[in-house]
Design a binder for this molecule. Structure first.
Ligand code: ADP
Length: 303
């Protein structure tokens, strides 16, 4: 079936946070695309208009590490977002037991992640839903952030959709403590979780509820003290936890280099005001020390 006289719908790729995603052919270019169908039915009239205006802005963002929004249009009560088609994602890479990731490969994947995030933050947009399956990988090995800007337009997915449980593992402590005002630090924390997951090849902080998520964080990183994080006691859901001491990073990520561990610890700083920024992380010596990041075209990908 043709959508908007331009896209030839193929199979369903999956059901995501905002709706169904289809594979399709763009008949004007012959290119394969992914179309995200977003239900607008239940929203208020005004939201659609704001959404469309914001989406026009997203179309103007062109960067090698951000997935390109090719087209956006309403059709039969749904908003259709057309993206470039991507072969795989970072979650598939991390989970594939046949893939060996060298320290240079990890550095390359993580550098591309931070570069994409830096573009978001330069435009004062938080991603808010950083996780390995939102980091898509193209046929040339380029990693690109997906769902950039969507959280701001359609609301943060984590709370409304129950199937979004995995996002919890990447949630920063200030969010778990109910902070209403938060900043770019939430994406830095999530990126730190992704970095640790690349190094260990398993999710770093796997809580099975929001309370348990904090428990898992404290178990590894120690309970935050008020001298480490002075604003902590003012957060809406603050409760005192029995104090635990931090485990050594060397034990938490046994295969990582000293530079990697130094960067990791700076991304997992409790006080969001003291946490390293994405730009500072990109300037960390980890990225300039040997081994250098692998050329994306040479990165291992699922068969
Ligand atoms: P989620 O909200 O769970 O992150 P998405 O809505 O992003 O899921 O995507 C749903 C499914 O569609 C996933 O399986 C994802 O791999 C696939 N998908 C999303 N965007 C693309 C794309 N640009 N190219 C190929 N597959 C995609």
């Amino acid at each position: 079936k043709k959508v908007a006289d331009r896209y030839l719908k193929r199979e369903i790729l999956g059901e995501g946070t905002y709706g169904v995603v289809y594979k399709a052919i763009d008949t004007t270019t012959g290119m394969t695309v992914a179309i995200k169908k977003i239900r607008l039915g239940k929203q208020k009239e005004g939201v659609n208009f704001t959404a469309l205006r914001e989406i026009k802005l997203l179309k103007e963002v062109k960067d090698p590490n951000i997935i390109e929004l090719i087209d956006a249009f309403p059709h039969k009560g749904n908003l259709h977002l057309v993206f470039e088609f991507m072969e795989t994602d970072l979650e598939a890479v991390i989970r594939d037991p046949n893939i060996f990731l060298s320290p240079g490969d990890i550095k390359s994947y993580f550098q591309m992640t931070l570069k994409g995030l830096a573009v978001c933050h330069k435009k004062w947009v938080l991603h808010r839903d950083m996780k390995p399956n939102n980091l898509l990988i193209g046929s040339n090995g380029q990693l690109k952030l997906a769902d950039f800007g969507l959280a701001r337009i359609f609301g943060s997915p984590g709370r409304k959709f129950t199937h979004q449980v995995f996002a919890r593992w990447y949630r920063a402590p200030e969010l778990l403590f109910g902070a209403k005002q938060y900043g770019a630090g939430v994406d830095v924390w999530a990126a730190g979780c992704i970095f640790a997951e690349l190094l260990n090849r398993r999710p770093f902080l796997q809580g099975d509820s929001d309370i348990d998520q904090l428990g898992k964080i404290f178990q590894k990183l120690g309970t935050p003290t008020l001298s480490q994080w002075p604003d902590l006691e003012w957060l809406p859901d603050f409760v005192e936890y029995s104090s635990q001491i931090a485990q050594p990073w060397r034990k938490l990520c046994p295969t990582a280099s000293d530079d990697a561990l130094d960067l990791l610890s700076k991304m997992f700083t409790y006080d969001p005001k003291s946490r390293i920024s994405v730009q500072q992380a990109l300037e960390h010596r980890y990225f300039t020390s040997v081994p250098l990041p692998t050329d994306p075209a040479k990165l291992p990908r699922p068969a």
